[in-house]
Design a protein around this ligand. Structure first.
Ligand SMILES: N[C@@H](CCSC[C@H]1O[C@@H](n2cnc3c(=O)[nH]cnc32)[C@H](O)[C@@H]1O)C(=O)O
Ligand SMILES: [Zn+2]
Length: 421
């Protein structure tokens, strides 16, 4: 008897859809079978599509609060606006902003997210209470100030020691230096040494814009990836966000060092940053995951949109319709996110974490010739019917069981006032 049995669904297993049943025990997938399984809770999934839940591998969840406030600007101008507004954010604001993000994520089938931001205690609390998984880091920037470097590292490390492994291991706390243009090489070297000592990971924005590449060249005479490699920063415990502007040699460096890349196509296009060389990265065997980035540059946390844009932008970048195949996009959205952060999830496979989305057919999925193409090119997100995270049902029939949605909308609407003045 399994705690949950999902019977006879059309399951995304090993890159294709096949009919199977899934038995969950504690927080793991214990059995994948052809026959019907017995469970304390049973889903008759004959009409459903079952996928490993999505992992949003780069975001700033609480930026829902700034959604729609700095629009039609490129990254540098946008960041100036955003940084001014972020000074007004209290820990309580971050809690509610994150909760709002989590509601949106759960509804689009996202079981876990990676977040680099401020007041991270609140993000950890929100993710923990909502029942989702999260890889979290305090976003550190020393900006060439030694005193600030110490303060930032202290906050980052206190966060790790307070929260790593919390909520039955659903929270993973790591290091989050912001970017090569806000952190000095000395600071980044220290962070890398500390991360290695603690055997933890690092998440950082790298090569997001042409401006960044030029700025780093001006300051250090080399490109961001080469600079990071020269100081011994790049390694398999490093996950970089963006990686939009990379030459062939830099791609080789990332590949050789085992660095994972998080692609955020919507944010990259919206801020007019550029389109990353995802086709090349995948061909080389680099782990490329998918992330929404923050809601102030997306503006939503809908992974179906993200998958579609990931696919379409590559078709235009390479001017070929098969630049990145739909099944590879689905893999980027699921297993690659988990793999980038060293978490055994994102696949419907025995022994993997039971983070599973059960979908039903919306009007967008008729007629359905192929679930893969249906999900990547036609689905809207409303298909996500139930969401299981860590072996627990977090959303049932589109009702989130762990949070009070109305209260979140109320709180967030009231917060708007302080940003308008
Ligand atoms: N503690 C740091 C800053 C926090 S890092 C997290 C920052 O990343 C910012 N951010 C969000 N999206 C992006 C992006 O796409 N590129 C670069 N920065 C971003 C976000 O607004 C937030 O300020 C300090 O003392 O300055
Ligand atoms: Zn970001």
């Amino acid at each position: 008897m399994y705690s949950i049995a999902i019977n006879n669904g059309l399951c995304f297993i090993n890159g294709e859809f096949t009919r199977a049943s899934i038995g969950i025990e504690e927080n793991k997938i214990a059995r994948i079978a052809k026959e019907v399984l017995k469970g304390e809770i049973e889903f008759d999934a004959r009409e459903n599509i079952i996928i490993p839940a999505f992992f949003n591998a780069h975001t700033h969840a609480a930026m829902t609060l700034l959604r729609g406030i700095a629009e039609d600007m490129e990254l540098n101008v946008w960041l100036k606006n955003v940084w001014r507004l972020e000074r007004l954010l209290t820990p309580e604001d971050i809690y509610w902003g994150t909760m709002l993000a989590i509601v949106e994520m759960i509804k689009s089938g996202i079981a876990g997210f990676s977040d680099l931001y401020i007041h991270m205690d609140e993000v950890a609390k929100a993710a923990g209470e909502a029942g989702v998984r999260a890889v979290l880091c305090y976003g550190m920037a020393d900006r060439g100030d030694e005193e600030k470097a110490k303060r930032e590292l202290d906050i980052g490390e206190r966060f790790i020691s307070d929260w790593d492994g919390a909520f039955d291991g659903r929270i993973k706390a790591i290091y989050g230096p912001h970017a090569p243009y806000t952190c000095t090489p000395e600071f980044l070297k220290t962070v890398k040494e500390r991360a290695d000592t603690l055997e933890t990971m690092i998440h950082i924005h790298v090569s997001e814009t042409q401006w960044e590449v030029e700025e780093i060249k001006k300051q250090y005479g080399t490109t961001p990836v080469r600079l990071l490699d020269e100081i011994g920063f790049l390694d398999s415990n490093v996950v970089i966000a963006h990686g939009v502007w990379l030459d062939d040699e830099e791609l080789e460096i990332l590949k050789n060092r085992g660095v994972s890349v998080v692609h955020s196509p919507v944010s990259n296009m919206k801020l007019s940053s550029g389109i990353a060389r995802v086709r090349d990265m995948l061909k080389m065997g680099i782990t490329v995951a998918l992330g929404t980035d923050g809601a102030a540059s997306n503006n939503s946390y809908n992974f179906f949109q993200e998958m579609k844009f990931a696919s379409l932008s590559q078709k235009i970048k390479y001017m070929r319709a098969d630049a990145v195949r739909a099944e590879d996009v689905l893999k980027m959205a699921t297993e690659n996110g988990y793999r980038a952060y060293g978490i055994l999830g994102g696949r419907l496979e025995e022994g993997y974490l039971a983070d599973i989305a059960i979908l039903s057919k919306s009007q967008h999925l008729y007629p359905l010739y192929s679930p893969t193409y249906g999900l990547v090119y036609s689905a809207s997100g409303e298909e996500v019917q139930h969401l299981i995270v860590d072996g627990e049902i977090v959303m049932e029939d589109r009702v989130i069981l762990t949070v009070d949605e109305e209260k979140i909308y109320d709180k967030v609407e009231k917060l708007k006032e302080k940003f308008i003045s």
